[in-house]
Design a binder for this molecule. Structure first.
Ligand SMILES: [Zn+2]
Length: 118
């Protein structure tokens, strides 16, 4: 994957993170936990540095919490240069799949097999 593609997926990941975080801040308990010292990042890049405390993770909906977690893992992989590689078979993940689920860990074949219980 070239630098241009990585930048593209990084932006997708950060936008999704931004979207989920903004949604979460509408939940009262989350706002109480992180709202007081919350400065909304001005640059998209700054969203990469935001991590949730365990307290906040416990409050928010499981699905959103796990997606945020996956997004952070994917951002870490972009930094390390391992982004877009299937964790199961080690082959590149299809760009079309990353376009839909930029935080996915598996290629479509492996994801299918995992979901199918294989
Ligand atoms: Zn795979």
């Amino acid at each position: 994957m070239d630098q241009k593609q990585l930048e593209h997926f990084k932006e997708l990941l950060l936008k999704e993170k931004q979207r989920i975080m903004k949604k979460l801040l509408k939940i009262k308990e989350v706002e109480e936990q992180i709202g007081n010292n919350w400065d909304e990042p001005k640059d998209l890049e700054d969203w990469a540095d935001i991590t949730l405390t365990e307290d906040v993770q416990a409050i928010i909906a499981t699905r959103d919490a796990s997606v945020l977690n996956e997004i952070d893992i994917a951002l870490g992989k972009i930094e390390k240069g391992t982004y877009g590689i299937c964790e199961r078979c080690g082959k590149p993940i299809e760009p079309e799949r990353l376009e839909l689920i930029p935080w996915t860990k598996f290629c479509s074949k492996c994801a299918h097999e995992i979901e199918g219980g294989a």
